[in-house]
Design a protein around this ligand. Sequence first.
Ligand SMILES: [Zn+2]
Length: 258
Amino acid sequence: MPEGDVVWYTARRLHEALAGRVLTRSDFRVPRYATVNLAGQTVTEALARGKHLLILTDAGLTVHTHLKMEGSWRVFPAAKPLTESHKIRLLLANAQWQAAGYLLGTTEVLRTIREHDVTGHLGPDLLGPDWDAAEAVRRLTKDGDRPVGEALLDQTRLAGIGNLFLAEMLFLRGISPWRRVGDIEDLAALVELGRRLLDANKTRIGQVTTGDARPGRETWVYRRAGQPCRRCGTPIAGGQQGAAGEERARFWCPACQV
Ligand SMILES: [Zn+2]
């Protein structure tokens, strides 16, 4: 699942290709918006809010998309024939570029003044211009009994962390995903580490937390269940965490993380 860094990078690519240019074509391939036509409108901005992507036009409209599990946006020169077009949910084109949204989890159009309806629930955005660490900590500590592995993924507490960065930041701070939020002494440092990891990854393809981008060496614990801990050699543990029906995979070192 794409995390905040991927969404941030995607927003930047979309901004470079679309902002300041007039749309010559829009093609919504989702039934509800099949008749919406944005041609003639100028895109003013493309940005990320947590894991949500927003594309704004000068007509006061916001195109809201979310990558969810499998989605991606790709940008191509305007004249290039598109492959896998059956997977495209939304196409936005101008004279120079076409941006194709593949397998998007959410595709909708709303008035920009109603944007709050889709992003207002989000906690402070780790990669946003208005990032507020103190507010993120305040929201996290509202529920001190909650396991930290669940709380950090709750986008209403802070926005942008997904499974990979969760696993890695908890390893780097020596914290078990099952430790209660209320038992973590320095939540601010943990949150700040998450922001730094996302920030360091936002302009590159692929995610690296170890400083070593070679295949198989990118992460400390994520998707390494059964393999030796890079610090102590103990086999990395794997398990499920989360409310019934919303369980997600967890990876941690039983010796380094308590
Ligand atoms: Zn270890």
